[in-house]
Write a protein that binds this ligand. Structure first.
Ligand code: DCP
Ligand code: MG
Length: 364
């Protein structure tokens, strides 16, 4: 049967949630920031589409954002606890539409719909429309959906039309869909790889797809060369992982490939804070803490430790996970590209609240 995967990405997520919460923001440029000292220091988390027209986007220093802002631009501090709650509800809706569901971040998820849609793209398109309507009716939020024959194509299709888009790329169209896009738009290609590709006269994804394999192997090594070329040719066999609902995790791509302990531990701290915030929101504590590492060679590793007392506090989770990371780095010479923190093996922390009830609503 023809495989069909859907990728969902909510539009300007934090900003959109704020606009639903405060309808008077609807017609204004809205910037949600990670404030450090005040609203002038820190970085932009996201901006709504009106603010993007002013040149304000994620990761821009807030000071620069203020320089570009008009008088009616509204700056808000990120309220991550609230966004996580909304995310959990939206993810629960999305999960209902898939044979398998995998959330990737607070506003992104994949579902596998092969069986449910009997390999029929027309059915998948109707299913996506119903899902978008459901999310709109429940939360007044728009999202962009991509439908393709694998994760890679689905993800790139959802990026193709934003906001509120629905893009279907059939298997026979996939290569032609990818070919004209520039190399950095290919999944897994960051600024460094893009520079190297350009140095070798590859400007578009089509150039990678058509490259002489030996040329790529010479530059990137066997594994990475093969992966790059397969992605460029719209080949991707990664499965949509059915998530264990009794765990919570956050995974992120590092700003640069590294095996520097201090850098990795500071990212772990941030991920641990995120996970713990969600544990608290769900009224659960976890006994097993896992460090997840993905190397530049695409190998995945996990290291876990079960602690004596279940917890949901950032310090314990971050410290345990940092120790696991340090031991891992001492034993392996892997350079890391992505890392994650997972807490599992839950027990209820709320008085009178059963672990089972609080877990039944888990989306990720
Ligand atoms: N985010 C952040 N800092 C970044 C990037 C993102 O805090 N550098 C947060 C805010 C976003 C959310 O993650 O709302 C989701 O990220 P996306 O990349 O999906 O961006 P948006 O949903 O904001 O916009 P888009 O409409 O492009 O998906
Ligand atoms: Mg988004």
């Amino acid at each position: 049967m023809q495989r069909i995967v859907l990728h969902v990405d909510l539009d300007s997520f934090y900003a959109q949630v704020e606009m639903v919460r405060q309808p008077e923001l609807q017609d204004k440029p809205v910037v949600v920031g990670m404030f450090s000292r005040d609203e002038y220091s820190g970085a932009v988390a996201t901006a709504n589409y009106k603010a993007r027209e002013l040149g304000i986007r994620s990761a821009l220093p807030l000071r620069t954002a203020h320089e570009r802002a008009t008088e009616d631009t509204v700056f808000l501090p990120a309220d991550k606890t609230y966004y996580n709650e909304v995310s959990d509800r939206v993810m629960a809706i999305i999960a209902e539409y898939g044979d398998a569901f995998e959330s990737i971040s607070v506003d992104e998820a994949y579902i596998e719909v092969t069986e449910r849609c009997e390999g029929n793209f027309q059915k998948a398109q109707l299913l996506a429309q119903r899902m978008k309507q459901d999310i709109w009716q429940a939360e007044a939020l728009t999202c962009s959906v991509g439908i393709g024959s694998n994760k890679l194509v689905a993800k790139m299709a959802s990026d193709a039309d934003k906001p509120d888009g629905l893009t279907v790329v059939r298997p026979e169209e996939a290569q032609a869909f990818l070919a004209p896009l520039s190399v950095e738009e290919l999944y897994s290609v960051g600024p460094k790889t893009a520079t190297v590709l350009r140095e070798h006269n590859m400007e578009t994804i089509g150039d990678i797809a058509a490259a002489e394999p030996q040329r790529l192997v010479h530059v990137f090594g066997q594994n990475r060369a093969q992966e790059l070329q397969q992605f460029a040719q719209a080949i991707d066999e990664r499965v949509v992982a059915q998530q264990d609902k009794k765990q919570l995790s956050r995974i992120t791509t590092l700003a640069e490939d590294t095996r520097d302990v201090a850098t990795i531990c500071s990212v772990i701290e941030r991920l641990a804070a995120d996970v713990c915030e969600r544990l608290v929101a769900h009224g659960v504590q976890g006994k097993t803490i896992t460090f997840i590492a993905m190397s530049t060679e695409r190998d995945a590793y996990t290291r876990s430790q079960t602690i004596a007392q279940p917890c949901a506090d950032t310090t314990t989770v971050a410290q345990t996970c940092s120790d696991l990371a340090e031991t891992f780095l001492a034993e392996h010479d892997a350079v890391l590209r992505r890392i994650g923190v997972r807490v599992s093996h839950f027990v209820s922390s709320g008085a009178g609240q059963s672990a089972q009830t609080s877990l039944s609503s888990f989306a990720s």
